[in-house]
Ligand binder design. Structure first.
Ligand SMILES: [Zn+2]
Length: 534
């Protein structure tokens, strides 16, 4: 992006933020917006297809639709006759979909022998004027930029407000323990909360400036957002560094807030919630009445149990950087990770695919964006997640808005997650297959990464190294992995910073377990939960 375009973007962000922060929505407005979007979801989809795909000659979806011999009129007829989800399934069947790697621009699209070269930015919503760009949390490689669009944050606020209301969390004092820019999670969560009058009281950041060396523009953007908030009377908290071993500070803040207000909410990742619960237990703090809104990694049974043991409740959220909020926890959940799909914002179907390098087939999630403000235009874009989608009557308030689909058991089949950092496997594969054999000897077959949960419930990444490789100091291998991560993308740099703090990586001198599952074994696959079909 040129300097001029950059400047324009920042000016727009600066200009827009003032208005964004000044206008908050009421619960009635939130309900009305969601009901209207639910009524118009097929129309919204068709408009995106008409303007964003057929009306945009550079759309990467156009060649796919052409190969499948599908015209705009066909899609319009299909939606009218079969409904939106069945149309998406039919399109998927006809080859109209984009894999995760293609969407990130890491691989060209290959269909029916034809090669369609693509870059990540080809999928940007062509009608969007992004206010600010942040780095996608879970991406690796060349560092995918995702626009933070104030209009899109505005569009998501109603869903989140309704979910907060359903869980009795409106008006409850809130804190977040999320990263600062260039990672967008902290800013996005804060701004969305501000939009419905729920700005957090505290913002703790697990990465400190010295870990990550955020660019001047990231630091200035954070300062600007905080200062603008103050100016218009929205007290956005200044981010305070809080490393992983300082969880006790936040546990005490929660305990004190509970004494004065009776309830409080912390928004963070499950692993950080676990740290906080352990700190609370060690200090004998009672967190009865507290809630954790967690996302970014699966809330495993051990992590959920830690929350209930200190008297708190866990509430799962499902987010995708490119989409925003996908769903939020049911009030009467069937399991730990049971969220209501925000059907007004996104359509979700499943389609079987094989996990690369394994004999396992999973029903991968395919997302289609429905809101005109979505930063990326997605038509059956496959994510690395899979799980259960079911229509169930739970009797909770979220159902009454038409959010009848529940998404459960959400797991990733190719990502590694630990301490709230998600790393897509490809970057780690390069380290396992090239960096380590080159430096320490052996072949790619001698190294494997296994995600495991330790006895406390923390996610550990065990680097399995064949004992026949002669390595004097195992610490050097970990150093080499972290160093290689630091040289990769911003997201990998984030992984390095957090995993070093949390000592997430450890070495095990055993022969790699060459099951069907391949080189990277994410937590659920290591446990072989029975969900994936061999
Ligand atoms: Zn529910």
């Amino acid at each position: 992006m040129s300097i001029l375009a950059d400047l324009k973007m920042y000016t727009r962000f600066a200009w827009g933020l003032r208005g964004f922060l000044r206008q908050t929505i009421t619960l009635e407005e939130a309900r009305a917006i969601v009901r209207r979007r639910m009524a118009e979801r097929e129309t919204n989809f068709l408009r995106l297809v008409e303007k964003g795909i057929f009306g945009y000659p550079r759309s990467p979806y156009l060649p796919l639709l052409k190969l499948a011999q599908v015209e705009l009129g066909d899609i319009q007829n299909m939606v009218r006759d079969k409904g939106l989800e069945d149309t998406l399934r039919a399109l998927r069947e006809a080859g109209v979909y984009v894999t995760f790697e293609e969407f990130k621009g890491r691989e060209p699209i290959v269909r029916h022998g034809q090669v369609i070269p693509v870059q990540a930015r080809d999928f940007d919503n062509p009608y969007l004027k992004p206010h600010y760009y942040a780095r996608s949390g879970g991406t690796t490689g060349a560092g995918t930029r995702v626009p933070i669009d104030l209009d899109h944050l505005t569009a998501q606020a109603p869903n989140l407000m309704l979910a907060h209301h359903a869980h009795g969390l409106l008006g409850v004092p809130k804190a977040i323990w999320l990263s600062i820019l260039p990672n967008s999670s902290g800013v996005n969560v804060t701004l969305r909360l501000a939009r419905f009058g729920q700005v957090p009281k505290k913002w703790f950041s697990p990465v400190v400036a010295s870990d990550l060396r955020p660019s001047l523009r990231s630091r200035l953007a954070t300062k600007y957002i905080v200062a603008m908030g103050r100016l218009v009377g929205v007290p956005i908290p200044q981010p305070e560094p809080l490393s992983l071993d300082q969880a006790g500070v936040l546990a005490r803040w929660m305990a004190n807030t509970l004494k004065t207000h009776g309830s409080c909410l912390l928004i963070t990742q499950p692993s950080k919630a676990l740290r906080l619960c352990i700190a609370a237990r060690e200090e004998g703090l009672d967190l009865t009445g507290a809630a954790f809104l967690v996302g970014g990694e699966p809330p495993t049974p051990a992590k959920a149990q830690a929350m209930t043991e200190v008297g708190a409740r866990g509430l799962p959220g499902y987010w995708l950087t490119e989409v925003g909020a996908v769903g939020l926890g049911c009030v009467h959940p069937a399991d730990l990770n049971d969220v209501h799909l925000f059907k007004d914002c996104v359509a979700l179907i499943q389609y079987a695919r094989e996990v690369p390098g394994s004999g396992i087939t999973v029903d991968a999630f395919h997302f289609t964006t429905l809101l005109p403000t979505a930063p990326k235009l997605m038509l059956n874009v496959e994510s690395d997640d899979y799980g259960v989608i079911e229509t169930r009557s739970c009797g909770c308030p979220l159902e009454s808005y038409g959010f009848t689909e529940h998404v459960r058991h959400i797991r990733s089949f190719r990502k590694l997650s630990g301490e709230g950092v998600t790393l897509v496997g490809s970057e780690m594969l390069h380290i396992l297959e090239e960096v380590l054999p080159a430096r320490f000897g052996g072949s790619p077959l001698d190294y494997q990464l296994l995600e495991e949960e330790d006895e406390q419930g923390f996610t550990r990444l065990s680097l399995l190294i064949n004992p026949k490789i002669d390595i004097e100091n195992e610490g050097e291998v970990i150093e080499a992995v972290l160093e290689a991560l630091g040289q990769g993308s911003v997201a990998a740099g984030m992984a390095r910073a957090i995993w070093t703090q949390a000592r997430t990586l450890c070495v095990k001198r055993i022969e790699p377990v060459w099951t069907a599952q391949g080189k990277l074994m994410p937590l659920h696959m290591a446990k072989s939960s029975g969900e994936p079909r061999p």
